[in-house]
Design a protein around this ligand. Sequence first.
Ligand code: ZN
Ligand code: CU
Length: 484
Amino acid sequence: MTLRCDLIIRDATVFDGTGASRSRADVGVTDDRIVAVGDLRSASARREIVATGLALAPGFIDAHTHDDRAVLCGPECMLCKMSQGVTTVVVGNCGVSLSPVRMQKRPPPPLDLLGDESFWTFGSFAEYAERLARDPAPVNTYALIGHMSLRVEAMGGDTQRAATDKEAAQMRARLAEALSQGASGFSTGLYYPPNMMAPTDEVIAVAEALRAAGGVYVTHMRDEASEVLASIEETLSIGRAAGVPVVISHHKCSMPENFGRSAETLPAIEAGARNQRVDFDVYPYPAGSTVLMPDRVRADVPVRITWSIPHPEMAGRMLDDIAGEWGLELKQAAERLTPAGGVFHQMDERDVQRILRHPLAMIGSDGLPHDAFPHPRLWGTFPRVLGHYARDLGLFSLEAAVHKMTGRTAEVFGIADRGVIRAGAFADLVLFDPAAVRDASTYENPTRPAEGIVETWVNGQSAYVSRQGATAARAGRLVTRQTA
Ligand code: ZN
Ligand code: CU
């Protein structure tokens, strides 16, 4: 009997996501699954692609996103990701998740990264999941529940303080409820002013809900600058106290006085990893991006404005330029621009490379999809790692690069049967040209689609085709953490 498939990709150079050496093989897909990998000369399919010279990898898993709202608004909203080969996004990072809280007025920063009150309509994670089921996203969604969202729900407008025991218990109950409805973990953004007021004990009290549900704790740490080592210790202690695995978000050593300190932070994380589960994600750029906080602007950290409510015309311009034009100090100009966001040139390229190269690193974009003039990571992260860092700089092999964005990420988050090419796995796939793949977006032109990504499939359906764009497919699903 000859095998008949929906799709066969023939003679591809297969990077299977495990980090194993590439091999030439045919890959057969039927319905939403990979059904065969190997020599499929005797098999046939409704659609056959000859992929000689092209690389086939598991669809990329974006370990760190703020796509909570973008996954709900159709294929065009996710073009930035599918054009990079991304097929699954982890939403709800940095303490910011679109559920379980409704907003009557503009949410406080950084919750407003996801938009104004009109988008905050999900009073429970079940309602969010229901919306995803009714109106599927073009990519798979894996969801974390944000500490700040829980805080605003439990504490109302009064979040500039520690939560009471009662409020912490309410947050823990809401988190437990969300985990029972398909959320997979809990995120904090302790760096941000209102959440800074949350002591370690409050975080542990809420994170306790993770243990019974087998959830994961993910954190934008309290300090990624001078106190980064103390923050790593705090993160590890939260993981131990709650008895859960931890993921450090977008690991970095921030601010010029801390350049080079990844030589201290990585060994500290490794030491922790000997006793407990700890991993981290990283984006491949020496600049960060978030809301603009006037108290934190510094002359030695150039800032490019990514959006501004009162001054939308300033998006894309440098803060010091704007301040000069207005005849103001940097801080005063920032005050006049807020609510606003920026790109902050606050890291050292050598730290970025050392962190990317580390075996515990996963790739996450931290892209901000609603910014008027976004950080280029939104459109460029994955091709930049494959092209610039792996191929051009030789920082690591293409096998290692693919592993950091597929198999490793699936393992850390407990995403079953994805992030790997093997018979029986879901058919999340990306076909790309390893010689041509590159990021095209820059700080000055941040929304150019990447080059060299030929086609992206989600659950067996073609989601993105080079030069044509996003297809109409909405094959994405809510994926939840599975623990052995
Ligand atoms: Zn963050
Ligand atoms: Cu983030």
